[in-house]
Write a protein that binds this ligand. Sequence first.
Ligand SMILES: C[S@@+](CC[C@H](N)C(=O)[O-])C[C@H]1O[C@@H](n2cnc3c(N)ncnc32)[C@H](O)[C@@H]1O
Length: 277
Amino acid sequence: MTVRGLIQLAVDQFTDSDTAKLDAQLLLGDVLGRDRTWLMTWDDVDVSEADQHQFQALVARRARGEPIAHILGYREFWGLSFECNASTLIPRPETELLVEKALQLGLPAKARVLDLGTGTGAIALALASEKPDWQITATDFSNEALALARRNQINLGIDNVELVKSDWFSAIQPQRQFHLVVSNPPYVDPGSPYLNKGDVRFEPRSALTAENAGLADIEQIATIAAGYLQPNGWLMVEHGYEQAGPVAEIFRRSGFSAISNHKDLAGWPRVTAGKIA
Ligand SMILES: C[S@@+](CC[C@H](N)C(=O)[O-])C[C@H]1O[C@@H](n2cnc3c(N)ncnc32)[C@H](O)[C@@H]1O
């Protein structure tokens, strides 16, 4: 069978995916060790029996709903390759907005930054890749997620990130003062129907949901963050597209000013930042 035939065979089975063709190309590309451009250019090439079998096994997993990032074992974020597994969230493209806005804050050359709930290490390691002189502390309460972040740190050759096991701020010494606290915390309402669809079914609830309509963790972080920030330090969080209003209110109540909101490429407000006096 040809490359084109195999892609079509897979697309026909990926009825629940919005990205069926891309999924098929990523899986076949992985089996053949080729990129998408090669697959599109050489779509009439015959694929060996052994590679067809290997591809069909991956297609069967995807057809059952398993995320591409779990099947391949990695996901690209900020142009870097992150190992992924079921211990935490697969890095999302919208989180790149938070990285971009954090880099635009104009922090000092040797800024101290805290990333809460680092998961794969996506935010901390992306920031560190851009700012080798920043001192970044990245936390998670999951041992498995921290081990994953550590492997990603090693694979990416990044040495200015310190990984710490912590339930939000619990293991961060109170005298430490950061220029920036960032977080992409759990923010989905536990009753949301979104949890029964697509990739999120394979991600841990501990990485996704928070009480109080998804706002409980953001509220906890904002309330405590003020005490860990330098004068004029920043807090920046990702949140759901309908949460910009309540998050701004939480920031105000927690003592933040200069509160701004940033929209993702689809035009949804997804990142809120605020400054402490
Ligand atoms: C939405 S995921 C974000 C992961 C990563 N920062 C990213 O943007 O892809 C939230 C992360 O917060 C962690 N987490 C949840 N509750 C936590 C808590 N109380 N303390 C520390 N980390 C927590 C989860 O284990 C998960 O890795």
